[in-house]
Design a protein around this ligand. Structure first.
Ligand SMILES: Nc1ncnc2c1ncn2[C@@H]1O[C@H](COP(=O)(O)OP(=O)(O)OP(=O)(O)O)[C@@H](O)[C@H]1O
Ligand SMILES: [Mg+2]
Length: 505
């Protein structure tokens, strides 16, 4: 079943249930009220009959007669209202209407409800009794109750007491009844009105539930269409949200999800591009030395290389082979570090001493690029790391600084924080754009591809390996760079107990 119909049905069911329950409660209350009113009215009639029409014998304290005129008038008036009454003496014998009394019913039956002994007892105790619909008419000829639904009445039994001074004596009772049918006609009228009201409210409920259901289904449909768009690759779609209810929350979550999908889509595309570049770069890096070696081997095979150049050619082949071996080793090294397959032999050593050695080693290379080193370090810099890997990382960073700057001071600053040794290498060279910075940890990445195969034989693996190594030490490596201004690499090696290695899969 479509959601709109489900919602409609539930709204409709709720509204109708409320209306029906209210309707029943209303009918019940009204019915009770109709009965209460009738009993009250009957009681008032009984009181006025007693006052005006009944005569007592003050000596015997018995009902001795009636104001016949008043009774006849009352009987006539009440009969028109379908109300009947009987008067009983102290012995439960009907004294009015007597045998000559008016039989107001066409069938010759008359109103003479039988009073149970328990009711009679209550009357004697001066209690007024109300009776629910029951058979109260008797056939005049057979003196038997007439069990016809049309002759059922609701009654009030009122006790009669003769009072004179302090004397108070039970002298009989009046029973007065009104036809149940009259009440039922009233009830029917109310029920009919209520049924019409129910019908009208049912139609209104149907309309209202349709409007309500359409409103919430529309909001869900908007999310559905947006989901379709995302499924077909549109990651720019956003759903409006007022941040008010659960559907708004869902829309917010959906927007968040689309944002993440967009980001991961971009990342996948970027990775894919990098992968393709990596394959091309790796092939390119290998092809160059292989082509050189192949050329020289052919030259040797066809004996076209002069004898005096052969030594140089072999040296060239050796260099190219070394470069290939370095490339393969570094690639293997990178994979091993990345997957946590290398064991770091961590020790405590003095970082200042290492940095001094590195500066000394690289000073010649720096001088070739007209660079100078400025080392700022404490006398002692305790470092907790694998000594050789620490040298490898800093060597690469410092070598890069020389490689990508000229005529500048390269500042190497070392210091301690509470739980780590921090070394920063700042150059004032060519720098990098933010886009270039994003990729420098990738293998074979070179910000400036024209620098491929420079005289240093750079392959773009140095930073990728350094990054993995620092992560394996549980440290961090950060870069801040600005194009044409310079670059600063900051490496942190945490102390023992604070080094949680990050292993990527
Ligand atoms: N200090 C720097 N200034 C400007 N660019 C830099 C700096 N350090 C690194 N880069 C950029 O990052 C790229 C990657 O550096 P990385 O050390 O990984 O490779 P490489 O130095 O080119 O080769 P390798 O270190 O493997 O011999 C460099 O090619 C360069 O474009
Ligand atoms: Mg490098």
């Amino acid at each position: 079943m479509k959601l709109i119909y489900q919602q409609m049905l539930s709204f409709f069911a709720v509204i109708i249930t409320v209306i029906v329950v209210l309707g029943f409660a209303f009918i019940r209350t009204t019915k009770t009220m109709i009965y209460q009113n009738s009993w009250q009215q009957l009681q008032q009639y009984a009181t006025s009959i007693e006052k005006e029409a009944i005569r007592y014998n003050t000596r015997t304290h018995k009902v001795v007669g009636f104001n016949q005129q008043f009774l006849n008038d009352s009987t006539a008036i009440l009969r028109d209202q379908h109300i009947h009454f009987s008067v009983y003496d102290a012995n439960k014998k009907i004294v009015y209407p007597n045998s000559l009394g008016l039989s107001n019913m066409p069938t010759g039956s008359f109103y003479a409800p039988s009073i149970s002994s328990s009711d009679w007892k209550k009357l004697k105790n001066n209690k007024t009794i109300t009776k629910s619909p029951h058979v109260s008419f008797k056939s005049r000829s057979q003196d038997r109750p007439v069990n016809k639904p049309s002759l059922k009445t609701i009654d009030v039994l009122v006790p009669l007491f003769y009072k004179s001074g302090s004397t108070k004596k039970f002298v009989g009772a009046i029973s007065i009844g009104s036809f149940e049918q009259t009440l039922q006609a009233n009830e029917q009228q109310i029920e009919n009105n209520l049924f019409i009201a129910l019908l009208v409210s049912g139609i209104a409920a149907l309309l209202l539930s349709f409007i309500l259901a359409r409103y919430s289904v529309r909001r869900i449909n908007r999310l559905r269409y947006a989901t379709h768009s995302v499924a077909s690759g549109d990651f720019d779609i956003q759903v409006d949200s007022n941040h008010k209810d659960e559907i708004d929350d869902l829309a917010d979550d959906f927007n968040g999800m689309v944002g993440s999908l967009r980001a991961s889509d971009e990342e996948i595309k970027r990775q894919e591009k990098r992968r393709r570049e990596f394959m091309a770069d790796a092939a390119h890096e290998m092809r160059t030395p292989l082509t050189t070696i192949n050329g020289i081997l052919e030259g040797l095979a066809y004996d076209v290389i002069p004898e005096e150049d052969k030594g140089h050619s072999i040296e060239l082949m050796q260099n190219e082979t070394k470069r290939l071996i370095r490339l393969v080793n570094e690639n293997l090294d990178y994979e091993k570090i990345r997957t946590g397959q290398i064991a770091l032999n961590k020790t405590n050593f003095d970082g200042t001493e290492v940095l001094n050695n590195l500066v000394e080693q690289l000073t010649k290379k720096a001088a070739a690029a007209k660079d100078t080193f400025k080392l700022t370090a404490p006398d002692q810099l305790p470092v907790w790391a694998d000594y050789d890997r620490f040298v490898q990382v800093l060597f690469n960073i410092m070598q890069n600084a020389i490689q990508f700057s000229q005529d500048s001071v390269i500042e190497v600053t070392a210091k301690r924080t509470e739980h780590a040794a921090v070394i920063a290498v700042q150059d004032h060279g060519i720098g990098m754009t933010p886009d270039q910075v994003k990729n420098i940890w990738e293998r074979y990445y070179k910000a400036d591809p024209s620098r491929k195969n420079t005289k240093y034989g750079e392959s773009g693996l140095g930073l990728a390996i350094s990054h993995q190594l620092v992560q394996q030490h549980g440290g961090t490596i950060d870069v801040a760079s600005e194009a044409n201004q310079g670059t600063c690499f900051t490496v942190t090696f945490p102390d023992e107990g604070f080094d949680k290695p990050i292993i990527e899969d």
